[in-house]
Design a protein around this ligand. Structure first.
Ligand SMILES: C[S@@+](CC[C@H](N)C(=O)[O-])C[C@H]1O[C@@H](n2cnc3c(N)ncnc32)[C@H](O)[C@@H]1O
Length: 242
């Protein structure tokens, strides 16, 4: 992202990337934050209030499938952790919409997880993998791209008509002693997994493990060799001049 750019954060959620986008584009730029959920838009507005050297910030409730913006409105569209919720047909629709609102030669940057590389250590590999495999199957059943889509996005975006400029994966790794932010994040993730586990067809011993972990997430977080790893993929594409 460059200073002075007009940027769309498509599926901005609570706006966690907005302060960084504001910093990168500076006071001559503009950022538009769009999300389906009105409560997220409210959070995003609050988050950008105190950004120094603040660019023009606009917020909008709306869908990435039907962007409420004119043709060629943006230099860059940023979309993080949103494509995983879309079916292949919706992904094509979203990409067509993004191409429409991007200026010719504009940049689309898409970030998403590849959850096949997620790890929480020290946890039995089989227990964790069985839950992850069952969870991925629920995405397949719903027909959405799912949380493992990050590594597939370069190919999917190319098939959808974008020119791939750059693609890169990052391993995010946090060892013990985990800071407060990591502890809260992993505790929320554990809570999400332990709540979901009873819905899956897992061995009884696995269910027992998840139940015990739900009651005491610290049993993992406080281990001297606790390690959390996740993998994310960034794909940067150019909108061919039309
Ligand atoms: C996991 S959150 C990611 C939020 C933010 N981009 C981030 O990475 O922190 C996914 C967001 O996508 C939004 N979302 C899902 N489908 C959408 C759609 N069709 N149009 C716009 N936003 C959508 C959800 O409301 C949610 O806020």
């Amino acid at each position: 992202m460059q200073r002075g750019w007009d940027v769309l954060d498509a599926g901005c959620g609570g706006g966690s990337f907005l302060p960084l986008i504001c910093e990168l584009i500076g006071s001559n730029g503009s950022v538009t934050a769009l999300d389906l959920a009105p409560e997220n838009i409210q959070r995003a507005e609050n988050l950008t209030k105190d950004v120094p050297d603040r660019p023009k910030v606009r917020t909008r409730v709306g869908s990435i499938l039907s962007l409420p913006f004119n043709h060629a409105s943006f230099d860059c569209v940023w979309s993080a952790n949103v494509m995983q919720y879309l079916t292949p047909a919706e992904f094509q629709q979203a990409t067509d919409e993004i191409r429409r609102v991007l200026k010719p030669g504009g940049i689309l940057a898409v970030k998403d997880f590849d959850s096949t590389l997620l790890q929480m250590l020290p946890m039995d590999h089989g227990v964790f993998t069985r839950l992850m495999t069952a969870r991925l199957q629920t995405f397949r059943d719903k027909g959405v791209l799912g949380t493992d889509c990050g590594s597939s996005l370069p190919g999917l975006l190319r098939d959808a008509g974008m020119e791939i400029v750059w693609r890169k994966g990052w391993l995010v790794e946090r060892w013990a002693p985990a800071g407060e932010h990591t502890r809260n994040y992993v505790r929320d993730l554990i809570s999400y997994f332990t709540t979901a586990a009873p819905d899956y067809d897992l061995p009884e011993s696995d269910q027992h493990y998840w139940k015990e972990l739900a009651a005491n997430p610290g049993s993992l977080l406080d281990q001297p060799d606790f390690c959390y790893r996740e993998f994310l993929v960034l794909t940067v594409c150019r909108n061919a001049a039309i």
